[in-house]
Design a protein around this ligand. Structure first.
Ligand code: PNS
Length: 161
């Protein structure tokens, strides 16, 4: 039987414990998972693509079933290029739903072969996002426990404390 690969796309600026929870749960359903980081300089990420990839590799070094990659252009084209047809995303609060629903429907319009599936986030990560974690960290807030220790360290370095 061929192994089933799922694509987990996002910005991952930086990876959080919420992402890691989705990844480990997705691996209970799929054989392999590809973390696909959108290369979008317009978003002005805090961490460069290289930094994001390096942090993810470090954090997930024990996970033999995860690959990290970057992509440009349409997600559905990337998915097909990876010879699969499934995208996974995590869902937190109700506020995520509208955005995710819109993206899933647009992706479906662009390519009906590509299926989007969603995992509800663990309640522990319900209120966290890369954006809010960066904001707290930029103001000197303690974000340990919300991101892996290496990410915590990199955030401190970025914000100079
Ligand atoms: O972590 P994010 O920022 O919520 O991830 C958003 C992402 C990367 C999944 C989304 O912006 C995306 O898939 N962009 C690729 C461009 C694309 O395919 N757009 C059309 C469908 S929305």
């Amino acid at each position: 039987m061929s192994s089933k690969v799922v694509i987990y796309p996002g910005t991952f600026d930086p990876i959080t414990n919420g992402h890691i929870s989705i990844i480990s749960r997705a691996l209970k359903i799929f054989d392999r998972l590809v973390i696909a980081i959108l290369n979008n300089p317009q978003k002005l990420p805090l961490f460069s693509m290289e930094e994001r990839i390096q942090m993810i590799r470090e954090v997930l070094k024990e996970q033999r079933h995860v690959d990290v990659d970057s992509f440009n252009g349409l997600l559905v084209d990337y998915v097909i290029q990876k010879k699969t047809n499934v995208v996974i995303r995590g869902l937190r609060a109700l506020s995520d739903f509208e955005y995710e629903f819109q993206m899933a429907l647009m992706n479906r319009k662009l390519n009906r072969e590509v299926q989007s599936i969603f995992l509800m986030t663990d309640y522990k990560w319900f209120y966290t996002s890369s954006t809010i974690i960066k904001e707290a960290a930029s103001l000197g807030g303690d974000v340990s426990g919300l991101v892996p220790p290496i990410v915590c360290k990199k955030l401190k370095q970025k914000f100079g404390y």
